[in-house]
Ligand binder design. Structure first.
Ligand code: ATP
Length: 193
């Protein structure tokens, strides 16, 4: 089964595009959700605390609060690298297990950090979802109920679209309606089959 990496910045529409592929019967693996799932494992929580050198990463129920982790790694690149070295191989293992359960000519591996995590190296082709900054900001503000400043800060902390697109075999520009995504997705789907 071919691996097609699907990436894009915050609010570009990765998950929305993935859903269109899924509606065509394509298996979709959401690596970011899998990483979140990993943080339910007590051993992962323990190792994360060790790497970040803090016990303050959970709420009162012992559930990991991702914004607490983000706050530490945002200001400490060495801790971010060490944490990635823990999480990325675990996600990779889950992906390999997941792939074994499907039979299709290709699957989609969706993640915001396909390039940064170097997962793109395992992909046969790469799709980048791109969208103008102002549209992304509006959509994320609506989706998450966050402020304009907060969304812009998160977008600026990520890789720029222009840089991401250099790795792309296909670019989907998501600046129109959701219905407008079917045509480009179908075109890519037919090429990949
Ligand atoms: P993140 O990286 O933050 O998880 P994402 O790249 O997966 O985001 P989505 O969650 O797919 O992006 O889209 C962000 C928001 O914009 C969602 O609320 C989604 O419903 C909406 N959206 C995406 N594409 C469109 C579109 N073409 N028209 C209208 N709304 C859209």
């Amino acid at each position: 089964m071919k691996i097609i990496g699907l990436t894009g910045g915050i609010g570009s529409g990765k998950t929305t595009v993935s859903k269109v592929f899924a509606s065509l019967g394509v298996p979709v693996f959401n690596a970011d959700n899998e990483a979140k799932e990993l943080y339910k494992d007590p051993e992962v929580i323990r190792k994360t605390m060790e790497i970040l050198q803090t016990n303050d990463i959970t709420d009162f129920h012992g559930k990991v609060v991702r914004s607490k982790i983000a706050a530490v790694i945002f200001t400490d690149p060495l801790k971010r690298i060490a944490l990635n070295n823990l999480i990325h191989p675990l996600v990779k293992k889950r992906f390999a297990e997941w792939m074994g359960t499907y039979e299709f000519s290709y699957c989609i591996r969706e993640t915001a950090i396909l390039i940064e995590s170097e997962a793109y190296k395992d992909c046969d082709k790469i799709i980048v979802v791109s969208c103008p900054m102002n549209v992304r900001v509006e959509r994320v503000m609506q989706r998450d109920g966050t402020s304009k400043t907060e969304v812009e800060k998160r977008i600026l902390a990520q890789m720029k679209d222009e840089e991401r697109i250099q790795y792309a075999d296909f670019v989907i520009v998501n600046d129109r309606s959701e219905a407008d995504l079917y045509e480009p997705v179908l075109e890519i789907h037919q090429q990949l089959l």
